[in-house]
Ligand binder design. Structure first.
Ligand SMILES: NC(=O)c1ccc[n+]([C@@H]2O[C@H](COP(=O)([O-])OP(=O)(O)OC[C@H]3O[C@@H](n4cnc5c(N)ncnc54)[C@H](O)[C@@H]3O)[C@@H](O)[C@H]2O)c1
Length: 270
């Protein structure tokens, strides 16, 4: 399949190089000419514009940055690219799949991305020439390509079944489970994963501090925890295996809080 990577930053480059390794024909475009020159130097195909990249491709992977400006997500780079993708599709006769890889708030792909591409492509809203997916990325910057090639799961939010099937075939050579869902669900999965990660970081920071106060080994506790703790073992279970009404949860919490408060107020005779 011929795939256009629009915005070749960390996610875009890992996506393009990974898909090339899996036998696809990949062309890269980025607004940063230095990045393009580097990609060309590495022997990769580059395009001179979004139009140039999209025109000959079956699939466009949009990996636009989504920076935070004044505490709010800035969707302007993404929507600018969407307008250019749409313009490139104006005279196209064959089907095209546009894939949003950026992290965006639930509702963005359906409410802003699809209308922007269709309007710019001059396509009627019920056109079947365009499919759109939201396909979030979960890679770590330091291991971008490895994580792209061995994801824990591939999430495909789809505008319709055909779009999801086409994107599923792009990933067919990867062994990971594929989760197909609505656009909003996919967008929400990515935010949930990010929020869960920040919650885990805060949790382990608290545990680390408590270990230091209590003379326990924080590194050993952190290593053992994911092996043992319920809920960390099978994140993808649809039924939570932790019952907040069950005896263990609340009792463990209240016992710990009582113990640690007492410890701090010196009741344990430190
Ligand atoms: N970096 C990560 O670890 C990571 C992981 C998962 C998801 N994400 C998400 O993926 C998205 C991309 O993140 P990233 O880390 O790859 O960003 P990045 O800053 O590394 O790359 C963004 C690229 O977009 C290019 N660009 C900006 N405007 C453009 C335009 N109009 N046309 C073409 N190219 C343009 C920039 O030159 C840059 O190369 C974001 O939504 C981010 O939240 C990032």
């Amino acid at each position: 399949m011929r795939i256009a990577i629009i915005a070749a930053g960390i996610v875009g480059k890992a996506t393009g190089v990974g898909l090339e390794k899996k036998g696809n024909d990949v062309v890269f475009y980025d607004i940063d000419t230095m990045k393009l020159a580097q990609l060309a130097h590495e022997g990769r195909e580059i395009a001179s514009s979004v139009g140039d990249a999209v025109e000959q491709s079956d699939v466009s992977m949009i990996c636009a940055p989504t920076p935070t400006v004044n505490g709010t997500i800035d969707l302007r780079p993404l929507l600018l690219i969407c307008a250019e993708v749409g313009r490139a599709l104006r005279d196209r006769k064959s089907y095209h799949l546009a894939v949003v890889r950026s992290t965006v708030p639930p509702g963005t792909t359906r409410g802003l991305v699809i209308p922007r591409i269709k309007e710019s492509a001059e396509l009627p809203s019920d056109s079947d020439k365009l499919g759109v997916c939201h396909n979030p990325e979960f890679l770590r910057e330091k291991f971008a390509l490895d994580d792209f090639l061995e994801p824990r799961a591939i999430v495909i939010g789809e505008s319709d079944a055909k779009a999801g099937t086409v994107l599923g075939s792009v990933y067919s050579s990867l062994k990971s489970p594929i989760i197909r869902c609505s656009l909003e669900t996919s967008e929400m999965i990515k935010y949930s994963a990010n929020l869960f990660n920040t919650t885990k970081i805060s949790f382990f920071n608290e545990i680390h501090n408590a270990c230091k106060v209590l003379g326990a080994e924080p590194e050993t506790v952190s290593r053992a925890m994911p092996l043992l703790a319920l809920g960390l073992r099978d994140d993808l279970k649809s039924q939570p295996d932790y019952d907040p009404k069950g005896a263990r949860g609340p009792r463990a919490h209240s016992q710990w809080l009582r113990f640690f408060r007492s410890y701090h107020s010196g009741l344990l005779g430190r």
